[in-house]
Ligand binder design. Sequence first.
Ligand SMILES: Nc1ncnc2c1ncn2[C@@H]1O[C@H](COP(=O)(O)OP(=O)(O)OP(=O)(O)O)[C@@H](O)[C@H]1O
Ligand SMILES: [Mg+2]
Length: 277
Amino acid sequence: MVSIVVTGRGGAGKTTMSANLSTYFSRRGYSTLVVDGDLYLPKLAFHFGIYDPRYNIHTLLKNPDMEVIQAVYHDPKTGVDILPGSSKIYDVIDMNQKRLRDIVNEIRTRYEVTIIDSPVGIPFDTISTFRLAKYQLIIIEIERSPIKSVHRMIENEVVKLKSLGKAYGLNVGVILNKVRESSGDVDDIIEFLEHSVDVPVVGVIPFDNKVPEATNYGRPVIDYAPHAKASKAIAESGDILIKWIFNREKRRGMSHRLYEAVTSLLSFDRAFAGKKL
Ligand SMILES: Nc1ncnc2c1ncn2[C@@H]1O[C@H](COP(=O)(O)OP(=O)(O)OP(=O)(O)O)[C@@H](O)[C@H]1O
Ligand SMILES: [Mg+2]
């Protein structure tokens, strides 16, 4: 029974990763629940084609006597169970975020893996669940910026979120998302994160138009387009996470596989991506 909270800045890909990693865990045989912890702007359920769930986290927050399982939806294609949020604005008025922890605590005992999607930035909605979780994933989007500003952005965001997770005793890992060939030296960023910030990089996901396309169809991309670049990279990251969580592998091993993934997925010239191999 492992809970993972997914955090990061606005639009970095937290919800996309929550939907896709839960799909990957489920496909690998782990019973998996994914929880929409973005209580003000819940969008997770859209990734599974659920648009207006009658029962949801907000109805649970308002009706303490309701059983949590009543608000859980099963996606038959991926095997993932989803605890969605409400899309109605009046449902967020007067809600008590702290109860999210009791809700998650009650339901997570049924699953081997529970993934909790967080809102943007400091995850005020899901902070109560940090006490239940064992892992925190920080999703970062590498924009086209000079390497110095990338380092500054990492120091700003990752260090803060990491210290939050560490304060709750969580194991913290980073996934780089929307990586483009023009994103600069990804090796350098991984090295900076692993050695200066001291967080393992557990995924490098390329920018791929199939990702928003899949969401438009209400499917996780690894289900909608399993052979897409992003899908392969998400699967790779899922494998690394399974090793990290269920049979701890040495960090060196993880990084090595990751460098291989970066090279093959982004088709970088070996002279570029492989210089530190
Ligand atoms: N690897 C990717 N390639 C291309 N587009 C992506 C990728 N990952 C995410 N996106 C797109 O980026 C946008 C933001 O993604 P997502 O909603 O998952 O981010 P978020 O961090 O949950 O955002 P918010 O802070 O608003 O909750 C979406 O349009 C999504 O389709
Ligand atoms: Mg989101």
